[in-house]
Design a protein around this ligand. Structure first.
Ligand code: NAP
Length: 405
């Protein structure tokens, strides 16, 4: 007779969590689920999962606990709160965080778990909603092969390939490297489609061409079709990608390196979130290149960006950032000392950067870099919103800024 399977708790049944938990359930593991919004767990409950009213109740009897939450702040709360997982899980349980979260937080959780007689590791995933539904995700473990041994069968119910990066937090760092590569692919996709569109090319043909050669990417392959069809529902939410890029830029800052591609992507996705696109799929980046009417039709509101611009009081650090000397880090104590090189306004005016806001911490651990828009106060009348965007990136040079002197 087969040994009874270990019992599993799953917390966070959103776009990714629900299908992953579904595979665990289908494989015959006794499953208890919890999610902030119960409605998103109903499908699993109907299929036989037990519901728990709190994370503590969900994990009380579980041998293996999975979490698939939104942000590092969610992970911190669910694991480390007084009535969180660490305080409630049973001795010897293995805790696996699938969320894309902070490497430092993953290390903190792993250490605290060890002290409590538990085993915890980070195991973010890649492969998107499609991979979660198909059960073919790539898993990126902050653990050794040996650490994984006892839980490998349950990981294989939803994972195709498992990469072991050795120690706690390393899975998160590797996932962030993946997101950095993705950031360039996303911006590349949107840039290429814009160039093709403005030049009157057939967009689907262009997409196929690019995917047939060395310009191909997962973004061009799986996200461009949705963008071209005007379908912006998530898949992968803009607000989550922004979180990932903020985390990657934080690591880059700690290592004192620049990541210009991730930085550019951060600026663009931050803008997209500022105009109401946080809950859209990342393919909505293409809307930044479109006429305002298209953005409005997709539920975005460019006036929010203007309002935010005007309302911001600028970086609280008290430094004037004169003459674009952004080589030194800002010391504004926002917890994110980001090197601003590469984002200087290209308008050739020697304005200081008051008004370049550093609105960090919209989401707790992650950091926002809106602060790269041109603040030269020329109004840019008649240029519409695309101008806003073009002003802050060197590579958008096909519009006359109207203030070259
Ligand atoms: P999602 O649909 O927003 O799911 C997150 C789920 O976690 C939601 O159901 C949310 O509850 C729940 N949650 C958040 N905080 C919670 C808390 N404190 N207590 C209980 N439940 C909580 O997002 P997703 O697309 O599944 O992504 C989840 C994570 O995976 C993110 O970190 C994301 O970056 C990463 N990821 C996503 C993809 C992708 O393609 N979607 C791919 C790889 C990695 P509510 O229902 O109440 O909001």
């Amino acid at each position: 007779m087969a040994k009874t399977k270990p019992s599993v708790a799953f917390i966070g049944t959103g776009i990714m969590g629900a299908p992953i938990a579904g595979h665990i359930l289908d494989a015959g593991y006794p499953l208890t689920v919890y999610n902030r919004t119960r409605a998103k767990a109903e499908g699993l409950i109907e299929r036989g999962a037990a519901w728990a009213d709190t994370p503590a109740a969900a994990v009380a009897d579980a041998d293996i606990v999975f979490t698939m939450l939104g942000f590092p702040t969610d992970v911190e709360e669910v694991y480390l709160a007084g009535d969180g997982i660490l305080a409630s899980a049973k001795q010897g349980a293995t805790l696996i965080d699938l969320t894309t979260s902070s490497p430092d937080l993953a290390r903190d959780i792993a250490e605290a778990a060890e002290v409590s007689g538990l085993h915890a590791f980070d195991c973010p995933v890649t492969g998107g909603e499609q991979g979660a539904v198909a059960g073919t995700l790539t898993l990126i473990a902050g653990a050794t092969e040996r650490d994984l041994e006892s839980v490998r069968p349950v990981l294989e119910t939803f994972g195709g390939t498992i990469f072991c990066f050795g120690g706690a937090g390393a899975g998160q760092t590797a996932k962030l490297a993946n997101q950095v590569a993705l950031s360039a692919a996303m911006v590349g996709m949107a840039d290429a489609l814009s160039l093709a569109q403005q030049s009157g090319l057939d967009l689907e043909q262009t997409r196929e061409l690019i995917n047939a050669g060395t310009g191909r990417s997962g973004a061009m392959d799986s996200l461009a079709p949705a963008a071209l069809a005007g379908d912006y529902k998530p898949g992968f939410k803009v607000k989550h990608f922004l979180k990932d890029l903020g985390l990657a830029l934080t690591v880059a800052e700690e290592k004192e390196i620049a990541l210009p591609a991730a930085d550019t992507a951060f600026t663009l996705f931050d803008m997209l979130e500022a105009i109401g696109g946080g809950e859209l799929g990342t393919q909505a980046i293409t809307l930044l290149y479109q006429e305002e009417a298209d953005a409005t039709a997709a539920g975005l509101d460019w006036s929010l960006y203007r309002a935010e611009d005007a309302d911001e009081e600028g970086c609280a650090c008290g430094h004037e950032h004169e003459g674009h000397e952004h080589g030194e880090s800002c010391s504004c104590e926002h917890g994110h000392h980001h090197d601003h090189e590469g984002h200087a306004c290209v308008c050739d005016h020697d304005h200081d950067h008051e008004g370049h806001d550093h609105a960090h911490h919209h989401h707790g651990h992650e950091h926002h870099h809106d602060g790269h828009s041109c603040s030269c106060e020329h109004g840019h009348e008649g240029h519409g919103h695309r101008h806003h965007h073009e002003c802050e990136h060197h590579h958008h040079h096909h519009h006359d800024h109207g203030h070259k002197e």
